[in-house]
Design a protein around this ligand. Sequence first.
Ligand SMILES: Cc1cc2nc3c(=O)[nH]c(=O)nc-3n(C[C@H](O)[C@H](O)[C@H](O)COP(=O)(O)OP(=O)(O)OC[C@H]3O[C@@H](n4cnc5c(N)ncnc54)[C@H](O)[C@@H]3O)c2cc1C
Length: 559
Amino acid sequence: MPDNTSPITPRLARAEQVFPTLTPAQIARIAPHGRVRATLAGEVMIEAGDKVVPFFVVTAGHVEVVRPSAGVDTLIVVHAAGQFTGEANMISGRRALFRARAVDAGSVIELDREQMVALVQTDAELSEILMRAFIFRRLELVESHVGDAVLIGSMHSPGTLRIKEFLTRNSHPHLYLDLDKDADVQALLDKFKVAVTEIPVLICRGDAVLRNPSNQEIATCLGFNDAIDQTHVRDLVIVGAGPAGLAAAVYGASEGLDVLVLESNAPGGQAGSSSRIENYLGFPTGISGQELASRAHTQAQKFGAQIIIARTATRLTCDRKPYAMSIDDDATRIPARAVIIATGVQYRRLAVDNLSQFEGAGIYYGATFIEAQLCGGEEVIVVGGANSAGQAAVFLAQTARRVQMFIRSDGLADTMSRYLIRRIEENPAIVLRTHTEIVALEGSDRVERVRWRNNKTGAVETENIGHVFVMTGAVPNTVWLHGCVALDEKGFIKTGPDLSPDDLAQAHWPLARAPHLLETSLPGVFAVGDVRGGNIKRVASAVGEGSIAVSFVHQALHE
Ligand SMILES: Cc1cc2nc3c(=O)[nH]c(=O)nc-3n(C[C@H](O)[C@H](O)[C@H](O)COP(=O)(O)OP(=O)(O)OC[C@H]3O[C@@H](n4cnc5c(N)ncnc54)[C@H](O)[C@@H]3O)c2cc1C
């Protein structure tokens, strides 16, 4: 029997949205999509870990949702007549996290996943109620740390931080046990015969014990990609699930294309690591990158796009159609009639262990008005010696108390424009430190102290500084394209009018028409977002380009 304490107690304000009760008219609209059937008292309707997960609307009696663990069932919720089962997994097609069981004899409307997805695509009112409930239920699970994964590690271990970030950014609910704080955890490790040196450990779905697993191993164990067929020819394969790729997935799938997205890490891309995006249209108080990404992810899946997580595109076969995307070891090749490349850029990062903990919380990769406001009147560090770093230093010096510029070389002359060097020299608020490198960051929620070393003298200093601007450049993620499309001198993808007659001649452009806007030198292959030469590196432009590209995909597919 379940115990009576539910770990899920939705905030009152949204309780009715998390567990809504459908009206008789709404239930009547669902019935024709599935089958009405009786339930027996005690009947298990969904088992935790099931790959095939139906959707149930309770029409009589009660259905309880429990988390089975070590012989004890923990009650999550009891659905009464008019209420329905399911959470975000319903849309993504991933394994069930919980067991659903009829408490008493009653009746339900049962829909398989395809019928449920068809329902939300055709009925706007039900779509809103169901989607909102599924998203809020997932948020409640994440916030309550209830799920099928237990991570045991230490916040001082990079592996722990990586796995925590991977689970969090994939919105996968999990429990975290910190070895540094919880002495009882050792007993648990002993139970699974795990040495402390093998941490972090992920206990996956109650039994598999993974020792410092890769993101791909975690995705496999939790069944992130189970429901996705990787063999048939897709209308559109999108590489990268940052804002640009997710926008393309939403528009492509909603316009009837068979869309597959490949993502090497987690949906959201760089934007997913931003603690608050304040300049994205429609969010006057800002939205966290994680929330924006998770909403876009669900939205794309609602329209039928499929998203493969923790698999990297390593090669594009571009000498014949359909094109094909090789994944990881080349063992899998996904054929595609059209391709959108949305792989973004890799910012050069500081070689500091706990860096990702502070990204967006004191570590910034851009110096805009927003960041300038955040550190007004305070001391900041700008790392880098090229023009972007110089511009950032001059800009930030207008509002910051003092700007320290760290460069590894002995001066700016070789890397920065003369006019910027002069402005830096003439500005008393900017201090240039040569041969200097950051060696440690300290703080709890955000950067509070920075330690650096002078590589010439060996002197190490620490100061209370909370803002570090890493302006050491960005490298586009284009190496995997192996010459399939024309790149500019910095490795960004050239598209549309930026492609010169020479570029097109070299690429043997075969068509009478010129490349569409956002089309690369390879017909039917498009590039959007940060990876595209000339792109303005913002969430809004990535989303805009991803959306626009889909209309050209339609045209290319009809050629
Ligand atoms: C900390 C931070 C804060 C920011 N804050 C803001 C802000 O407040 N406002 C704003 O407008 N902009 C902000 N930006 C910039 C904004 O996030 C980017 O411009 C935007 O994310 C670019 O979107 P994208 O989809 O083109 O690329 P990305 O977001 O970089 O996404 C690319 C995706 O492709 C995946 N990928 C790469 N290579 C492969 C491969 N071979 N196979 C499969 N997948 C691959 C990556 O894992 C990644 O998920 C911020 C950036 C950072 C780093």
